[in-house]
Design a protein around this ligand. Structure first.
Ligand SMILES: Cc1ncc(COP(=O)(O)O)c(C=O)c1O
Length: 372
């Protein structure tokens, strides 16, 4: 079945007790078990598993084509659980342009967890090969990346990982499974902040890991989730599952709108650079064409005149809302360096945009007046 169909249907079997077509939100924290804690109904305690979260995991695994998935309370909870599951002494190779809180984790926490990390431009395969160490166990890709929209070749990097005994994780938060399926390209794990496109309405926080194989790292990550408590709540699982139902059509419109906005921005004299993989001028366009069926709803651009010009443009916008996060129905914009804070390495003239589902003409007109 096609991914759009899987997104609509998986994990959606009618409730066996009532026939309800929309699955129940099971709020129970504990479940009847046998005299010696036998799992009579498949569940024991909420921090381990609950029925609504299990439905979501079934759907997450299906849309990314993995054997298994784990749902978390946030994208950060998901990503850090996978990092903590790495063997002691492991080295992690991160992409150089990376969601800034994972950069903070690499800098502040990995050493405390007995892991080491370096950053490399994943678009440069020779640089990746050169950065590998005997103890490198994980290549962490973000494609397209946040906020520079860099694209890296998942298949080529999966091959490099495989031949060097390292697993490959792709943070696919900017590219949901209806447009990019990293496991089909050889990656081992996909990470999603389901807070974004999968939830889709800026009203739920969550994270997901989808595993190509239900292997020992799946077991280790699942164990960490149970003992550290980062599991997704029943209500949030339900909201993400609900969002997933319309993922295919929402993402189509996000992508079409983003392409229209990117092209319009590229024509504005006050804009120096537009970072959008759907533009032929983008350095990663050819790779993106190969591994994505559309280019996503995220883009960033740089404004001539530096920080003041960029921030000034944001203040003149009427339709784009200045706010962080992404993947909701409404268009958002932010001066990324301000939101990342003092450790930011993002250019000062850069604005990041989450293109929503409004009519593209209205979005383009708003940007044109703000950057006139
Ligand atoms: C690429 C990427 N990965 C992971 C995360 C973290 O997700 P969450 O905010 O759900 O913890 C974000 C958040 O913006 C992100 O942009």
């Amino acid at each position: 079945m096609k991914v759009e169909t899987l997104a609509v249907r998986t994990g959606g079997a009618p409730d066996p007790a009532t026939g309800a077509v929309s699955p129940p939100i099971v709020l129970a924290t504990t479940f009847e078990h046998g005299a010696a804690s036998e799992k009579l109904h498949g569940f024991l305690y909420i921090r381990e598993d609950n029925p609504t979260q299990v439905r979501l995991e079934e759907a997450l695994a299906a849309v990314d084509g993995g054997e298994s998935a784990l749902a978390f309370a946030s994208g950060m909870a998901a990503g850090t659980a996978y990092l903590q599951a790495q063997p002691a002494g492991a080295h992690v190779l991160f992409q150089d342009d990376l969601y800034y809180d994972f950069r903070n984790v690499a800098k502040d926490l990995l050493p405390r967890w007995g892991l080491s990390a370096t950053a490399v431009d994943m678009g440069d395969l020779e640089a990746v090969r050169a950065a590998l160490r005997p103890e490198t166990k994980l290549l962490w890709l973000e494609t397209p990346s946040n906020p520079l929209m860099k694209v890296c070749d998942i298949a080529a990097l999966a091959e490099i990982g495989r031949s060097n005994g390292a697993r490959v994780l792709v943070d696919g938060t900017f590219a949901p499974p209806t447009i990019q399926r990293p496991l089909d390209l050889g990656a081992d794990v996909v990470l999603h902040s389901t807070t974004k496109y999968l939830g889709g309405h800026s009203d739920v926080q969550g994270g997901g890991l989808v595993f190509r194989k239900k292997n020992e790292l799946y077991d280790a990550t699942r164990h960490l989730r149970k003992v550290l408590g980062g599991v997704a709540s029943p209500f949030n699982s339900w909201l993400v599952l609900r969002g997933l139902r319309s993922l295919g059509c929402r993402v189509e419109r996000h992508c079409a709108n983003a392409l229209a906005v990117a092209r319009a921005l590229a024509a504005l004299p006050r804009v120096s650079t537009v970072h959008y993989p759907g533009l032929e001028s983008h350095a990663g366009h050819a790779v993106a064409r190969r591994q994505m069926s559309a280019f996503g709803g995220m883009l960033s651009f740089q404004v001539r005149g530096g920080r003041d010009a960029a921030v000034g443009a944001v203040s003149r916008l009427k339709l784009f809302l200045p706010a962080t996060s992404l993947g909701g129905t409404e268009s958002l914009i932010e001066h990324r360096r301000s939101s990342e804070g003092p450790t930011s390495q993002t250019p000062d003239d850069l604005l990041r945009v989450s293109v929503g589902l409004e009519h593209p003409d209205d979005l383009v007109a708003d940007l044109q007046q703000a950057l006139a």
